[in-house]
Design a protein around this ligand. Structure first.
Ligand SMILES: [Zn+2]
Ligand SMILES: [Zn+2]
Length: 269
């Protein structure tokens, strides 16, 4: 039997403001763990592209991954990625960022609704959660309509904080119409949906999105999924990926995609 190919399509180095370890250490750890394909996808928050110097840090990230390819390339396949946050809040910045580097892989993500702070920072005792989620799914639809990315990262991100951290139960079925619109458009455009495994360490554990939405994406014609740990440390690389693979299989996927020069290559789950 062929060896199973191990991959992680969402990780952060210290070229992300919240990433802890260097590209070098990330590569060493990934090799130690037997990972075959590693995408480093540092943050580029488009709504703060120049103010917070993402123009510089994303160049630095790209450069360091390229150097690491030269050093580690015979032991691991490194993919030069980026996590584009809030691209529709500054489309010019998003398009400049993607054009500036010859990326293998672009994640599209949404960490804060327009004019608001990251969901991480919100005080949920003072927020109207229903309204926040209405805005979240509206803005996600705009993000997918724009479509300048390969895979949609951590769909249901607000749940990480609303439910995962604050313990506020949310019945996502209230947004099933809005979710369907996002998933259908994603499928029509031939984009991937990410299974983000970072919240498998929470109690209770969950993936973003959960099984129901992954399976719904399949029903609506979705063909591509990527799986990523969203690790911000070297030790966390490949965390939860095996579980993500099982969930994908249960939802009817036989393959996960890895992206090389913005094109999907299919890896058997
Ligand atoms: Zn993210
Ligand atoms: Zn991330």
């Amino acid at each position: 039997m062929d060896k199973r190919i191990l991959f992680d399509m969402h990780t952060h180095s210290d070229n992300s403001p919240d990433g802890e370890h260097s590209v070098t250490l990330m590569c060493e750890k990934a090799i130690e763990k037997g990972v075959d394909i590693l995408a480093i996808t540092d943050h580029c928050e488009c709504n703060a592209y120049r103010e917070d110097h993402y123009d510089r840090s994303s160049k630095q990230s790209f450069f360091e991954i390229s150097k690491a390819q030269a050093v580690f390339g015979n032991r691991i396949r490194l993919l030069r990625g980026v996590e584009l946050g809030q691209p529709t809040q500054d489309i010019l910045a998003a398009e400049t960022a993607v054009r500036s580097n010859d990326y293998d892989f672009v994640l599209g993500s949404l960490h804060n609704n327009a004019g608001r702070r990251d969901y991480y920072y919100l005080d949920y005792s003072e927020e109207n959660v229903d309204k926040l989620l209405d805005e979240y799914f509206d803005e996600l639809f705009q993000l997918v309509t724009w479509g300048g990315f390969d895979s949609l990262a951590h769909l249901t991100y607000p749940i990480r904080y609303v439910t995962g951290r604050e313990g506020i139960a949310v019945d996502l079925s209230k947004w099933s119409g809005a979710v369907d619109e996002v998933l259908r458009l994603l499928a029509q455009k031939g984009k991937a949906l990410e299974i983000n495994t970072s919240c498998l360490k929470m109690d209770p554990p969950f993936t973003m999105p959960g099984y129901d939405l992954i399976s719904r994406f399949r029903e609506l014609g979705g063909e591509l999924i990527t799986i990523g740990s969203d690790s911000h440390t070297a030790d966390g690389i490949y965390y939860g990926i095996d579980e993500g693979r099982e969930i994908a299989k249960r939802a009817g996927f036989e393959y996960a995609a890895v992206f090389v020069k913005r094109r999907p290559e299919m890896i058997k789950l």
